[in-house]
Design a protein around this ligand. Structure first.
Ligand code: NAD
Ligand code: AKB
Length: 314
């Protein structure tokens, strides 16, 4: 086991739930401190309540647990962010800058910072979006994450910190229900297919978005964090392509296993958010620098999601 003491913020969320477990398998359960603003059941290891806006509490936890690395997942996602833009800015950006500063002062160099395809906007090339491109996001979530990427890069260049980041596509997993995002439909659709054989989709049928299956997302995160520092050329955030599909395409894939499955489309404000994001991503920098390779395509994701959710529901 490696001798690190890791703090995860937002550990009760869709990614945090799975990442906490994966890190505990690598570093040992006592070495991985899960935290969230809401109390969560983390019987398998230490858990502390932490509102990431509370600097005093953050410093206390870092000192008490002798933290050496941080995975900073806590955030408000794209759809929820639009209901309260200033609070979203506070949680996603001001708390992140405070985290960077606390880490600098306490000598914690290594931090994981998740960014998102929401940093892309209307002026970004939609197909095969390059690593270095125009970023004019339209949501407060996207603006806060793009600015957060720049602050990460600033602390790397100015203070020689070792902050690593990926722009996750929409994450699909069976372990928990996502909430507050624009890509959540790609998880909800599986639950509805199994439960009601019907899904009402809030995106329009042809809205292509990049997505990534949870095991690939977790492996990408761990591989990036394990990569030699000297091999990393991108210190804002790495593009990760995942796979791109539309609601209609995933519906047709699920229908192969559940022939009675039906869908209707009732696009809401999230459809407009999705319209501003990329359809597909060029992740050649991640592949070249730290050997990133996708494992799950749409058919593998669909079969695995249906199998895992069926097991959970029986
Ligand atoms: P999530 O919304 O499921 O979880 C976020 C967690 O942060 C929640 O448990 C919430 O309670 C916590 N939180 C919110 N405000 C907090 C505060 N003030 N203090 C402490 N905790 C707080 O999000 P997720 O899907 O697990 O995403 C994790 C990270 O990955 C986020 O930074 C998100 O931007 C990024 N990301 C996620 C996706 C995705 O599809 N899930 C895609 C791209 C990027
Ligand atoms: C969202 O839809 O807000 C997230 C994301 C792609 O960042 N899933």
């Amino acid at each position: 086991m490696k001798k690190e003491r890791i703090l995860i913020t937002g550990a009760g969320g869709q990614i945090g739930t799975v990442l906490t477990q994966a890190l505990r398998e690598t570093y040992g359960a006592p070495a991985v401190i899960a935290s969230d603003i809401k109390r969560i059941d983390h019987n398998a290891g230490p858990f502390v309540v932490l509102d990431i806006l509370n600097r005093h509490r953050l410093e206390e936890i870092i000192d008490d647990y002798k933290i050496t690395q941080i995975y900073h997942l806590a955030a408000i996602l794209s759809a929820n962010g639009e209901w309260n833009p200033l609070k979203t800015w506070d949680v996603n950006l001001n708390a992140w800058i405070m985290m960077l500063e606390v880490c600098r002062l306490k000598g914690i160099r290594k931090i994981f910072y998740p960014s998102t395809i929401a940093v892309f906007g209307a002026t970004t090339p939609k197909e095969y979006t390059p690593q270095h491109t125009s970023l004019e996001p339209t949501t407060v979530y996207g603006i806060s994450k793009q600015t957060g990427e720049l602050w990460a890069n600033y602390y790397v260049q100015k203070y020689q910190m070792d902050i690593r980041s990926v722009r996750y596509p929409g994450i699909i997993g069976y372990q928990s229900m996502p909430q507050g995002g624009t890509t959540d439909y790609a998880v909800e659709i599986f639950h509805s297919a199994l439960k009601d054989q019907h899904y009402t989709c809030y995106l329009s049928r042809n809205k292509h978005l990049p997505m990534l299956y949870m095991p690939d997302a977790i492996r990408a995160t761990l591989e990036l964090m394990e990569a030699p520092e000297s091999s990393l050329s991108v210190r804002t955030s790495y593009n990760l392509a995942g796979i791109s599909f539309s609601p209609e395409e995933i519906f047709n894939e699920i229908k192969k296993s559940i022939p009675d499955f039906t869908i209707e489309y009732k696009p809401d404000f999230r459809d407009e958010i999705a319209s501003s994001w990329s359809h597909s991503i060029d992740d050649s920098c991640a592949r070249e620098d730290w050997g990133w390779k996708l494992e799950y395509d749409l058919s593998k994701i669909t079969l695995d999601m249906l199998e895992k959710l069926s097991q959970i529901n029986t």
